[in-house]
Design a protein around this ligand. Structure first.
Ligand code: HAM
Length: 412
């Protein structure tokens, strides 16, 4: 017997209702902020992610699902930002539309060791606003994330923000960090030793408890920010204050992807345990240019849907479908009912019948299990009289209805 791959999930019909609800809430809120949906492919040239996320990022180093075909190497997308920016450039959206607000909902793939809240196929609700460096947009995007979470009935989450500054500031921060970590290397994990050589900022993102002990004690101030980046960050904070958004300035927050600069943020939730990030995002002002496109600022974020489900109290009522269930007694009735079903559906009435050869009793039980509103029973007698037996499953009432009046009866 085949089993699903570890770290993937079957979303069964009763759970799909919840997914649809979350997606509908997201679409509605995105449209209030004037975002349009984009659906890039799930597979891209692997190089796109190497360039965007950085060769030394955890995702590129260890987590991409690669597919080799002849000389090409493709990757299942581990995240959406790089694909959206690629699509923005490739489709000349900078020339036709300029500034664009785009959102996406869909699966992402990372070859991680599965555990609670960490899957190999998971889903993002994400957005990217491309074509502006305005700090007010950073505030708007953080407020959008906040409103989405409120819309999903999530509470007790924390929004942590930081500014990485421009590439020069990032360099200054890196040197600063290297200096403060010298002499403490022995207390860091093996991965952090490599990070110290290749990309020391990543050490701040390490989840190893021993490393966290060292990191927590590091004094990181925002002195590395140049005046422009400091002014940008101040404007973001002012915007958030005016929108009355609760946030915490977290100097240790660096994010594990190379494309970020200036504002970065993360939303965490205490009930998630080790994998406590519900979502994250930030600015990535040089990515479009780096991928061969225009020199435009951009900012975005993504929320992990599976993690949202772990903390959201969004209620879902399965909507009553007003199902009409047809039971045919005999071959001739069965033949006629195929046409009747077709007619009901063409008139917008949800209907179904038994395809398992059940007895009358068995079919009635099935109709009950399905929550049918009405049952239509048609046998030889009914065919002769050109009527159907109509049973109201709520009142239990049963009567004969003329075939030509049936649609009207069912609509009442
Ligand atoms: P990320 O932090 O890699 O950012 O992912 C965003 C969110 O996806 C995480 O906070 C988490 O909720 C969820 N997530 C990540 N990995 C997994 C996993 N293995 N299993 C379950 N959930 C997971 C990005 O991907 C950026 N593209 C966000 C962004 C958009 N930045 C700018 N624009």
């Amino acid at each position: 017997m085949f089993k699903r791959i570890a770290g993937t999930k079957d979303v069964l019909p009763e759970e799909v209702v919840r997914w649809q609800k979350i997606e509908a809430i997201a679409r509605n809120i995105f449209s209030l902020y004037n975002y349009q949906e984009i659906r890039p492919p799930l597979i891209e040239e692997a190089l796109l992610f190497n360039r965007s996320l950085g060769q030394t990022s955890e995702i590129v180093q260890k987590q991409m699902f690669l597919i080799k075909r002849e000389k090409e190497v493709y990757s299942l997308r581990p995240e959406g930002t790089a694909s959206v920016v690629r699509a923005y450039i490739e489709n000349n959206l900078d020339k036709t539309s300029g500034f664009m607000k785009l959102y996406y909902i869909g699966p992402m793939f990372r070859a991680e060791r599965p555990q609670k809240g960490r899957l190999r196929q998971f889903h993002h609700i994400g957005c990217e606003a491309i074509g502006s460096s305005d700090a007010d947009l950073d505030a708007e995007i953080i407020s959008l994330a906040d409103n989405l979470l409120k819309g999903f009935s999530v509470d007790s989450y924390k929004i942590k923000i930081n500014s990485l500054g421009c590439p020069e500031d990032k360099k200054a921060l890196t040197q600063n960090l290297q200096k403060s970590l010298t002499g403490k290397l022995a207390r860091l994990c093996a991965d952090c030793h490599t990070r110290f050589k290749n990309n020391p900022l990543r050490i701040l993102d390490c989840k190893n408890e021993k490393c966290l002990e060292v990191i927590r004690k590091l004094e990181i101030k925002d002195a590395y920010l140049c005046p422009e980046c400091k002014a940008h960050f101040n404007k973001v904070k002012e915007g958030l204050d005016s929108l009355k958004i609760n946030y915490e300035i977290t100097p240790h927050l660096v994010r594990g992807l190379d494309y970020y600069n200036r504002t970065v943020f993360e939303v965490s939730h205490p009930d998630l345990g080790a994998q406590d990030a519900l979502g994250a995002g930030g600015r990535y002002d040089s990515l479009a240019k780096q991928l061969g496109g225009p020199d435009v600022g951009a900012v975005g974020f993504a929320l992990g849907i599976e993690r949202l489900f772990l903390v959201s109290s969004v209620k879902c009522q399965v909507s009553s479908k007003n199902l009409v269930y047809i039971i045919s007694l005999g071959e001739e009735a069965r033949r006629q009912n195929l046409k009747l079903l077709d007619n009901l559906r063409k008139n917008g009435i949800t209907s179904d019948t038994d395809y398992e050869g059940k007895s009358l009793k068995g079919a009635m039980r099935k109709a009950n299990d399905l929550g049918a509103r009405y049952v239509l029973i048609i046998g030889e007698d009914e065919l002769k009289k050109n009527v159907v037996t109509l049973k109201d499953m709520v009142s239990g009432e049963q009567k004969e209805a003329k075939s030509e009046d049936l649609i009207k009866e069912l609509r009442c």
